[in-house]
Ligand binder design. Sequence first.
Ligand code: ATP
Ligand code: MG
Length: 391
Amino acid sequence: MKELILIKNGEIALKGLNRTTFEDVLLKNIRRKLADLGKFRCYKAQSTMYIEPQEDGIDLDEAVDRVRKVFGIAALTRACIVEKDFEDIKAKTVEYLKETLSEASTFKVEAKRSDKTFPMNTPQICTELGGYLLEQFPGLTVDVHNPQVTVMVEIRDFAAYIHAGQIEGAGGMPVSTSGRAMLLVSGGIDSPVAGYMMAKRGMEVLAVHFVSPPYTSERAKLKVITLCEKMSAYCGRMQLFIVPFTKMQEAIRDNCPEELFTVIMRRMMMKIAEKLAQRSDCAALITGESLAQVASQTVQAIACTDVACQMPVLRPLIGMDKEEIIRIARKIDTFETSILPYEDCCTVFTPKHPRTRPKLAMVEEAEAAFDFAPMLEEAVEGAERLRIDPQ
Ligand code: ATP
Ligand code: MG
């Protein structure tokens, strides 16, 4: 039996004239995701996309698993390809859904017929196929309202397809239809979720991570690489910039008031991230900040960090509770890595009593006590660039 994956687009379907562009990007993203699994033919017809294996022995479970993580897809279905002939449909339904139907006690049949030349109408298909399945599986009864299994028969242009229901897709917009942005990624729980959320809105996500050896360890850096690998299952291939931040942190510690250490450090991070973002044609920065979560995330502190750069700063988690963020982190499989206890540079030199309501004038005055400009340049120049592929 030949199988394929059928895809129902999400929000793309609402796009007017640009729809084809969005669909083409989505097809490209799907092809790239499946490239190392074998040969597939991926194409669109009407509002459906078809992913057909072109070789024997392709792992379709793995293909479904990968496609489920591609943004821009509302739902997908693994289906069996059959001839547009009712005898073939009957025989293949029994064969293809044997296991599912033997285990179920209730079912119904639904049919869609976009090829109007097919000699039976949809009620006829449902009644006759339903009757045949009842004969073949004596344990089954029909329940049209709340069936355990819904057998779908779709009669389309090139063939007919049989399946037993849809799988929810990742939703959102295809990655890289909404421009590029630079994510400030730490080893924590929040920032990988923030990157996932903006990729879901169609952004291509690049990442920057600040390290402060010897205060932060190699393991902390490897943890961030692992987090990016996990994110790239959704975001696609990523670039990760590792920025040496030790000198900067020491300079802030030695030259600025302790209570302003965190906010000044965060401002320097934004400035460096912005420079790297500009070089990579990014239109925005992304952070994992959530209002009131910690001292540096009061609205006054955020106001001070926000003006440190010109680019828009996207904060998709700003109104979310930790519990909601953790739920997503578990779903995208970053949570277990994020909670590994390696230190982040944010926890180096943290003041005992950080100022929770810093005033911009005060912060700017404190920064003026030292010439940070050469150090900003040095950090940008010293950035190491890594390429991250999905694992
Ligand atoms: P996270 O869970 O993402 O670490 P957090 O709640 O611990 O967030 P902070 O440590 O205050 O919050 O960091 C706020 C944001 O600053 C992070 O979400 C991230 O975007 C950015 N950030 C923090 N540390 C780093 C770092 N070492 N490198 C890059 N960005 C960082
Ligand atoms: Mg953190």
